[in-house]
Write a protein that binds this ligand. Sequence first.
Ligand code: TYD
Length: 155
Amino acid sequence: MERTLLILKPSAIQRRLIGEIIKRFEQKGLQLAGMKMMKLDDDILDIHYAHLKDKPFFAEIKNSMKSCPVIVQCWEGIDAAKVVRNMIGSTNGREALPGTIRGDFSMSVQENIVHASDSAESAISEIKRFFKEEELFEYSFSGQAYMYAKSETDS
Ligand code: TYD
């Protein structure tokens, strides 16, 4: 099953949105494969935001991400990366659609509550960046038959 990485940024922690955010993904039907709280440092952020290193806001986004612990989560499901990206909304909270996490809780580009992998491919390396193998779990729900058609999970 496809996995994706979600980070509850300092803005989510400080705005006391942890439960609200987990609730949304849980209710959607995604499965939590791993979760932990951690303090990010320059080493991990320089890699995670390498694509932004020449941007004028690079130092500011790193400082924001270091300002308080974050919660990293690994969510699992068919097309998990795409589903989660749709649920978080576009980068700028002021433009993100209502109903999305950023659309409902953010008025900012930088303080936009969550990070999520932008594709299944980048999720693979991002999950490795934040989780050790033994911190991720495989298990099944008794209600699995009501989550997907058999033909969807057989492939
Ligand atoms: P990016 O990878 O472009 O967006 P996304 O998080 O939607 O994948 O940017 C990473 C983060 O950098 C973004 O969540 C917030 C911050 N950022 C700024 O602070 N200012 C900006 O102009 C942009 C584009 C991003």
